[in-house]
Design a protein around this ligand. Structure first.
Ligand code: PEP
Ligand code: MG
Length: 582
């Protein structure tokens, strides 16, 4: 039996069988004891094999002549073209020979360099080729690392899988078969990385920052994952297994109680309604949910529609998706956030430059304002879809009023275009912004005059306020939702929004952190937006918390100079509320 600790990024318990995964970024410079000549031979073998695989793939398409395969064939043709690109592969050979690198590492490094070069060219067609090079590079690395299959294929071909990886991008995670996946464990990453958020949305536990697990875990080994305590147990003893199943049973019982209130309005004990919305990343997320269990959509992360594709969804595709969600929601609000790409949400085909500090760089509204070719189709799709429901639009990562004004100008341009084309759209689409930077917090009195609502994005707000990267496991103790500066920032934002008479919600992960709910009740936050599996718990706590105790806790948090006593009081309050379970 082996016990490994990590950071709890998504709660819950799971049992399964390990599938190991080392992403290309985790490749070692030299993994084997091979000579450079042998590495070169291995590399040539991978090139040949991949060539054969592409040919097989092409021929396999012939067996379904009644389906249109033009896109796949075009993709295969481009991959074959890169496979024949001796300029690139000579660089790999040179790196193996002269720098004594392992073949897999050399391929990965050289393809990445080439990708970066392509990403920076003006021509959009060439920029999009960056994704193709990455694909070819990843396929070769897979072959060289002896992987017969992709992670997605490995998960699909087994039952009850727990993926144990060095790192997982949101793009790779999205492609995993949800019916087979039971938990995710990574050595790297932070608790609000988008991979962790995806795990939460799937309702499975996740641990991040689980240092050293790849060294001890074996493929196919039995594993128990405790996402509440942040512990993984490999090859558990019988005793450990029994203890684990007892905890699981307890959780199921708690869940039952929460589910009973999930479909009711969320009203505090002093009679105030706090809307509990859900966060989604696509239209399918609504499919498995009970209709009554969500008061609205508080955050639709539209960039997830752009991940896992080889090209951007066009206006019509986006329009159909937004319309479907709006129709499903009926009168309920659907807050759709415009593209928030960048940071850990990389979209290779958009050909954006590689950056040293992506979270401080070119992302979200910054990109959209400079790329009307990406932004306008989305704005047009949103305006058109808003005819069918209660859509509201929200801009991410705002740091100054001018950005709102510029975004509004583009929104106006989209309206003018639609009017000229005679396409129906909603003229008075409400516009809100995310408050997720210290700049936005400090300007919130001014920004509130420009928009119809605020939604506080605490995942980013914590990282920018405490200067701690949300993906970096080494600074996760500083990336603390209860840093007093973060709590003060939220309080100031709520106060400024209400002074201006606009509603304010919280859509980051802090919205569903149990110990923080007394603060949201006392601050009179209007809306909380959480992953669907948390709705019941949040509504239950809102309905049972003592308002007077909540006010006292808020007062203490605002006056405190150290956080520990506040943390203790808040956990006591929520624990006491849970114990009052009927
Ligand atoms: C946030 O930053 O809190 C947020 C909700 O946006 P994202 O997690 O997608 O950055
Ligand atoms: Mg954010």
């Amino acid at each position: 039996m082996k016990r490994i600790a990590g950071l709890p990024a998504s709660q819950g318990y799971a049992k399964g069988e390990i599938v190991l995964w080392r992403s290309t970024s985790g490749l070692l410079e030299r993994e084997t004891g091979l000579t450079p000549e042998q590495e070169e031979e291995k590399f040539q073998g991978a090139l040949n094999l991949y060539g054969v695989q592409l040919k097989d793939l092409d021929q396999a398409l012939d067996s379904k002549p009644d389906v249109d395969h033009s896109q796949e064939r075009e993709m295969i043709r481009v991959y074959q073209m890169f496979l024949g690109d001796e300029f690139l592969w000579d660089k790999v050979r040179k790196a193996i020979r002269e720098e004594n690198l392992g073949a897999a590492f050399a391929v990965s490094r050289e393809c990445k360099k080439m990708c970066d070069t392509f990403s920076m060219v003006e021509d959009p067609y060439l920029r999009e080729r960056a994704a193709d090079i990455r694909h070819v590079g990843d396929a070769l690395v897979n072959l060289l690392a002896g992987r017969k299959e992709t992670l997605a294929a490995a998960v699909s071909s087994r039952e009850d899988v727990v993926v144990v990886a060095d790192d997982l991008s949101p793009m790779v995670t999205m492609q995993l078969d949800k019916t087979k996946l039971r938990a995710l464990i990574t050595e790297e990453g932070g608790v609000t990385s988008h991979t962790a958020i995806l795990a939460k949305s799937m309702g499975i536990p996740a641990l991040v920052g689980t240092a050293g697990i790849l060294q001890v875990a074996r493929e196919g080994e039995e594993i128990l994952v405790d996402g509440n305590a942040g512990v993984a147990i490999l090859s558990p003893s019988e005793e450990e297994r029994n203890r684990f199943f007892k905890k699981m049973e307890q959780m199921v019982q708690e869940e039952r109680i929460y589910q009973e209130v999930a479909g009711r309005p969320s009203i505090t004990r002093d009679g105030r309604t706090i809307q509990v919305n859900i966060n989604i990343g696509d239209q399918e997320s609504l499919a498995g949910l009970s209709e009554a269990c969500w008061d609205g959509v508080g955050l639709f992360r539209t960039e997830f529609l752009f991940l896992g594709r080889t090209e951007a969804p066009d206006e019509e595709t986006q329009y159909a998706i937004y319309r479907e969600v709006a129709q499903q929601a009926g009168e309920r609000e659907v807050i759709i956030r415009t593209l928030d790409i960048g940071g850990d949400k990389e979209i290779p085909y958009l050909g954006l430059p590689k950056e040293e500090n992506p979270f401080l760089g070119y992302r979200a509204i910054r990109i959209c304002l400079e790329r009307p070719d990406i932004f306008l189709p989305q704005l047009r799709a949103l305006l058109r879809a808003a005819v069918y429901g209660n859509i509201k639009i929200m801009f991410p990562m705002v740091v100054k009023t001018e950005e709102i004004l510029a975004a509004r100008r583009l929104l106006q341009e989209a309206k003018d275009q639609l009017r000229q084309e005679g396409l129906p759209f909603r003229e008075d689409l409400p516009v809100g912004i995310m408050i997720e930077t210290p700049a936005a917090v400090l300007l919130s009195d001014m920004l509130a005059q420009q928009v119809d609502f605020f939604s506080i994005g605490t995942n980013d707000l914590i990282q920018y306020t405490t200067a701690s990267d949300r993906l970096n496991e080494r600074v996760q103790s500083l990336y603390d939702s209860m840093n007093l500066s973060v709590l003060r920032s939220i309080a100031l934002t709520v106060k400024n929004a209400h002074k201006q008479g606009i509603p304010v919600g919280i859509c980051g992960e802090m919205a569903s952190e149990s110990p923080l709910l007394p603060l949201w009740v006392a601050l009179e936050v209007d809306e909380l937006s959480v992953v669907p599996s948390q709705v019941g718990k949040v509504k239950y706590l809102i309905g049972h918390l003592d308002p007077e105790h909540s006010r006292q806790a808020l007062e203490m948090a605002m006056k405190a100079d150290t956080i520990q006593p506040v943390k203790e009081l808040l956990s006591q309050l929520t624990a006491a509320t849970r114990e009052r379970t009927p």
